[in-house]
Design a protein around this ligand. Structure first.
Ligand code: NAI
Ligand code: MG
Length: 501
């Protein structure tokens, strides 16, 4: 197929030229599955329709990634050159930041200021961080006997499948592509069907960055069809997935077919502990950021507040005052701080979980309702930022991931009780705690069952620092050196330098 590009006139007046095909082997191809339609969550209208991958198209993409892995244009270039390509990709993303931010906001609903000033720079920073790693990957020499020289080679794990979600489409693509390319792997990346647009624009930049054909393949498609085909493909070496715990389990089963290496970054129900010795205002500010950012659609959202009873009234009134600053509405409007939820499905799920919480005895301190009629003037998946107090560990809302702008408040008396409540979850992704007691600041993180702990902040990740969870929040780590090592294999070489048998 020819590269069929469409001109999209975005609600902010910008015209973006976007390819609609499957990006395989640095070419645009048509897909043999039923075309995908993506909607804007702001007005619920279809933005455009796109080619979608079938199992056969996925096979083609995997073959091209396999061929590229051993092609001289990728395998034999220097590590420094790989780094330069990543730097170039980062620079191109920055150069096209308005187009990318426009697509992201239109497709996902997050405020344009967030797409432009947070998401694009975060994607750029992640790629630059891993660009720096490319020529600093090396093995070890290992002393054994005089007649042997033993050493390790760190080599790319191979062909990687990457399945990403809709909450941070561009950022998640960069978290996946950065370490993959630094390590010298090749990749087939499948964006979420709810937010396929920014990845298509990114694909245009892949070739411009000088990446050889087949190294990065980006194919849109449905989870059950394209995603499943990718996860169960017998010639994929590793799969990296971010999304729901339920699908994570399915991916693990598919991966077992050929023992793919897996990294999973799944759900969470992360607690935020406020002790009476905390700076209460600071705690309230971070609690708001930690739970309400990105319309609450964050895997590490610290949405389960545990507050020491002696400071509960003070904390709650500080938090409610901060929440009144929220402006819910059209994400392209300058003053908007909260856009719509991503889909009708997510909107329904959130409102239903709020309903269950109220039925089970939670008190609505603010929000609790749809803002479709007001903020959206009859359209869009808008929900008011919601605080539910009086929540106990026997309630559904204490345990279920909401993935929306909903915070629950539970009180505790002692540190021991706080830790017990914090750990009362099938998840173990992140946690935050607020205290000015330096001993407690060291002690409590050791006791919390989570992959990440923020002390006196929440949800301010950095590309240098490992990110991931324990329990049913996932397997393995992204970001940092740990994220890179999941794309590398260690090969041991025993070199006999003289000993005769
Ligand atoms: P999902 O887990 O279905 O989707 C994530 C990705 O997996 C998408 O690219 C999708 O196409 C793909 N996928 C779906 N089924 C698949 C399969 N059988 N094999 C391979 N790939 C498959 O998530 P969904 O339904 O969009 O959201 C549901 C809930 O998941 C949310 O309410 C939230 O609780 C959680 N979630 C967590 C995320 C995180 O960052 N950890 C991101 C998105 C959702
Ligand atoms: Mg969309």
């Amino acid at each position: 197929m020819e590269n069929i590009e469409i001109q999209l006139k975005a609600p902010n007046g910008r015209t973006v030229v976007l390819p609609t095909g499957l990006f395989i082997n640095n070419e645009w191809k048509s897909g043999s599955a039923k075309r995908l339609e993506t909607r804007s969550p702001t007005d619920e209208q279809v933005i455009c329709s796109l080619e979608a991958a079938s199992a056969g198209d996925i096979d083609l993409a995997v073959r091209s990634a396999r061929a590229a892995l051993t092609h001289a244009s990728w395998r034999d270039i220097s590590a420094a050159e790989r780094g330069q390509m990543l730097h170039k990709l980062a620079a191109l993303i920055y150069e096209h930041k308005e187009d990318l931010a426009t697509l992201e906001t239109w497709d996902n609903g997050k405020p344009y200021s967030v797409s432009l000033e947070e998401d694009v720079p975060e994607a750029v920073a992640c790629l630059r961080y891993y660009a720096g790693w490319a020529d600093k990957i090396h093995g070890q020499t290992i002393p054994t006997t005089c007649q042997k020289f033993a050493y390790t080679l760190t080599q790319p794990v191979g062909v990687c499948a990457q399945i990403i979600p809709w909450n941070y489409p561009l950022v998640m693509a960069s978290w996946k592509l950065g370490p993959t390319l630094a390590a010298g792997c090749t990749v087939v990346l499948k964006p979420a069907e709810q937010t396929p647009l920014s990845a298509l624009f990114l694909a245009k930049l892949v070739e411009a960055a000088g990446l050889p054909p087949g190294v990065v393949n980006i194919v849109n498609g449905r989870g059950q069809e394209a995603g499943h085909a990718l996860a169960s493909h017998m010639d994929v070496d590793k799969i990296a997935f971010t999304g729901s715990t339920m699908v994570g389990k399915e991916i693990m089963r598919s991966a077992s077919l050929n023992l793919k290496k897996i990294t999973l970054e799944t759900g969470g129900k992360s607690p935020l502990l406020v002790f009476e010795d905390a700076d209460i205002h600071q705690a309230a500010e971070w609690a708001f950021i930690g739970a309400m950012s990105n319309q609450g659609q964050v895997c590490t959202a610290t949405s389960r507040l545990l507050v020491q009873d002696s400071v509960l009234p003070r904390f709650l009134s500080a938090l409610l005052a901060i929440i009144t600053r929220t402006v819910v509405g059209n994400p392209f409007a300058k003053d908007t701080t909260q856009g719509p939820q991503v889909t009708q499905q997510q909107y329904d799920k959130i409102l239903s979980l709020i309903g269950v919480a109220v039925k089970e005895g939670a008190k609505v301190e603010c929000g609790g309702q749809s803002l479709r009629e007001t903020a959206g003037r009859g359209r869009g998946y808008f929900i008011a930022p919601t605080v539910l107090s009086g929540v106990t560990s026997s309630m559904t809302i204490f345990h279920e991931e909401v993935f929306g702008p909903v915070l629950t408040v539970t009180s505790f008396e002692t540190e021991q009780e706080a830790v017990r409540l914090a750990n009362d979850s099938i998840y173990g992704l992140a946690a935050a705690l607020f205290t000015r007691d330096v001993e407690r600041a060291h002690r409590v993180p050791q006791l919390l069952q989570s992959g990440m702990v923020w002390v006196n902040s929440s949800n301010d990740p950095n590309p240098q620092v490992p990110f991931g969870g324990i329990k049913q929040s996932g397997i393995g780590r992204e970001l940092g050196e740990a994220g890179l090592s999941s794309y590398l294999e260690t090969k041991s070489v025993h070199l006999n330098i003289g000993a005769k048998l």
